[in-house]
Write a protein that binds this ligand. Structure first.
Ligand code: FAD
Length: 382
């Protein structure tokens, strides 16, 4: 089925060359990175050298001033490759936009060029041990002291936790009883700042090459000029950018579901049992037809949202629906595809096993499925 997103010839060429780039630069090294629990910094530099970091950034900051469909291609191809622990999409389309949108010109000049070259890797730190879905109850504080802000608190589950050179940190700047929309601010904390430290890599069932870690702020003093935007507006800034963050998540899940299904279709045609290919059993045919229907429905939904998002429309509610439905669908697809691989699907040598474990997180981070349904029901006036 043709996609309803209008990719130009330039986009198509870009996708092909990005696919070749991934095959060349990642090749079969991904399992090594999974063992290490982190991807090498060099790969980020290679992304930067080839224009795959913040392609949308203006030329004056080193970017290409490209439209957002180039980001879409990068997200989709990384997901299809199964390199889901390489959190370039988080850097490109989740964290950098905070600096780009809410930063001053001086901050953009200072930080964006390094994000484009890959010398500066980004993370965002919102979640705390006692505040995940309930973001409004974060306890990390930032107190003004002369020309500085002093941060105290702990963050957990931070992606790019070890690799990051700049972390956008959500902290409370108002009294605990002030509504979150007036009392949370965003700060940029730089690598090497005294009082800023990182915990061990968190061991996870999936995203094994992703350096997820805890971060600690212990009287961490940063210059007053590292506040992003207006003091007290942090919660609103986070909410304003969630549409794109959730779309990025749903896009990746959709692309992974498509790739997982393609691999499974190839496999069931080759695998022979009881003297015939696995694809010739009616159970296989019905299951594949069912999965393909769900994946196709997801594609229609996602492409519609991409078109609306690129056109600048507010599709917050629909994006929450997609974050919930597509990520749950992709998890189910990965599970059923693995089933068709039998015991081989359970072995890490077969990439379908990685699609399965990596699909699991998608319904949890960037807002759980339950939180997405909560938001949708509120939009519906329930
Ligand atoms: C691998 C990984 C990477 C991550 N990366 C980042 C990152 O880079 N930066 C960052 O800030 N955070 C990150 N997170 C944190 C992630 O966003 C949170 O884990 C997520 O928001 C859920 O919060 P929680 O884990 O505290 O679960 P909880 O909020 O404790 O939720 C537990 C359960 O309660 C349900 N629940 C919550 N609220 C309601 C409700 N109102 N009604 C009904 N049920 C409800 C949830 O859906 C869930 O099933 C990451 C997490 C992981 C695991």
């Amino acid at each position: 089925m043709d996609r309803t997103v209008q990719f130009s010839e330039g986009h198509v060429i870009f996708r092909e060359s990005f696919r070749r780039f991934l095959a060349k630069e990642i090749g079969d090294r991904y399992p090594e990175w999974e063992k290490a629990g982190i991807v090498p910094r060099e790969i980020w530099k290679k992304f930067g050298d080839n224009g795959y970091l913040l392609p949308w950034a203006d030329e004056k900051y080193g970017g290409a001033g490209a439209d957002w469909l180039y980001s879409v291609i990068i997200i989709e191809e990384i997901a299809r490759y199964g390199a889901s622990g390489l959190f370039v999409p988080l850097h490109n389309d989740v964290v950098a936009p905070y600096i780009y949108t809410y930063g001053t010109e001086e901050q953009r000049q200072r930080w964006i060029p390094g994000c484009v070259t890959g010398d500066t890797i980004l993370a965002v730190a919102m979640t705390e041990p006692e505040a995940g879905s309930d973001l409004a109850s974060i306890k990390t504080t930032a107190k003004r002291d002369g020309d500085s802000w002093v941060l105290n608190g702990q963050k957990t589950f931070i992606s790019n936790g070890h690799l990051s050179d700049l972390v956008v940190v959500a902290a409370r700047t108002g009294a605990a009883d002030t509504p979150p929309a007036q009392s949370m601010s965003l700060f940029v904390v730089e690598r090497g700042t005294p009082g800023f430290s990182r915990g061990e890599l968190i061991k996870k069932i999936g995203l094994k090459a992703q350096d997820t870690a805890e971060l600690f702020f212990d009287d961490c003093r940063i210059p007053a000029s590292n506040l992003l935007g207006v003091e007290g507006q942090g919660f609103i800034y986070l909410m304003q950018k969630l549409q794109q963050e959730r779309l990025v998540c749903a896009l990746a899940s959709q692309a992974a579901a498509e790739r997982g299904l393609e691999l499974t279709v190839e496999y069931v045609k080759e695998r022979k049992l009881f003297n015939k290919p696995l694809s010739k059993f009616q159970n296989t045919q019905f299951l594949i037809a069912d999965l393909a229907s769900q994946v196709t429905a997801g594609r229609c939904f996602i492409d519609g949202l991409i078109n609306n998002h690129v056109a600048g429309r507010d599709v917050t509610m629909e994006t929450c629906m997609a974050k919930y439905w597509v990520c749950e669908m992709a998890m189910h697809v990965a599970d059923r595809c693995l089933q068709l691989f039998g015991g081989y699907g359970y072995c890490t040598e077969y990439i379908i096993s990685r699609f399965f474990v990596d699909a699991r997180i998608q319904t949890i981070y960037a807002g759980t499925s339950e939180v997405m349904k909560l938001i949708v029901s509120r939009y519906m006036g329930l």
